[in-house]
Structures are given as structure tokens and as C-alpha cells.
Design a protein around this ligand. Structure first.
Ligand SMILES: [Zn+2]
Length: 128
């Protein structure tokens, strides 16, 4: 029975355990599988990096506060952050890598650059 290449459908010639017709098809196939597997990670990383870019671009313009609405219009995604921290008076602080922000009751986002990059593994230790 003819074996067919799972990538291009061509007949596979050669050793019995050979799966792909060529190195090119084998590489292409495995790259495709890896790309699909890593896509949720890539999507979240892209969201976080876009959030950081937005905060950085306003910071570089000298701004440190904007409305939630204004950031939403820039496609800032409030569903993702790299870490959060509870501050005094019950104010929750969010980190996006080296940027920190909190949202006031009037839905103003106050933000600024920090000296440290916060991510979830740091947060665990801060509560010990
Ligand atoms: Zn092939």
C-alpha cells in the first residue's frame, strides 16, 4: 500500500518508517504543529506587549492618568496583567511588566513606570 505524505499528499518512497516525502515537508509540518500549539501563549503575550506599548507611549508624552474609556479606545485590554497587588485602602494595583497602574473609582487609570518587573511568581512571595 502506498504511504502518503501527511503534508502534501505525495507518495512516500524509501524506508518503511519514513513518514514525509521530503525534509521540507517534515519541517513545514512540525513548524505548523508548533505554531498552533503556541498560539494561545503568543496571543496573550501580544496583548500584554500592546498594553505595555500603550502605557509607555503615554508615559513618554508626560501623561500619567487617562480614562478607562480612552485606553479602551486604544485597545488596551484590562483582562490581562503580569501581576496584581493589594495596596492600602483596598486599592488594587496592576502590573504590566515594568508599568504599574490602578483604576480610581471615577474610572481614571493612574499609571507609571516602576523600577522592577513584576510577574506572578513574585506575588506569591510577597504574601508570605
Ligand atoms: Zn510532502
Amino acid at each position: 500500500m502506498d504511504r502518503l505524505c501527511p503534508e502534501c499528499g505525495s507518495k512516500v518512497v524509501g524506508r518503511r518508517d519514513k513518514i514525509f516525502c521530503s525534509d521540507m515537508c517534515r519541517n513545514y509540518y512540525h513548524n505548523k504543529v508548533r505554531y498552533r500549539k503556541e498560539s494561545p501563549i503568543r496571543n496573550i503575550n501580544n496583548i500584554l506587549m500592546r498594553n505595555r506599548r500603550i502605557l509607555e507611549s503615554y508615559s513618554l508624552k508626560g501623561l500619567n492618568a487617562l480614562s478607562v474609556t480612552a485606553l479602551n479606545e486604544d485597545l488596551f485590554n484590562f483582562d490581562y496583567c503580569t501581576s496584581t497587588e493589594m495596596h492600602r485602602f483596598g486599592r488594587r494595583c496592576y502590573y504590566c511588566y515594568d508599568y504599574r497602574y490602578y483604576i480610581s473609582p471615577k474610572r481614571i487609570v493612574h499609571f507609571g513606570k516602576t523600577k522592577e518587573i513584576k510577574h506572578q511568581s513574585y506575588q506569591k512571595y510577597s504574601y508570605l
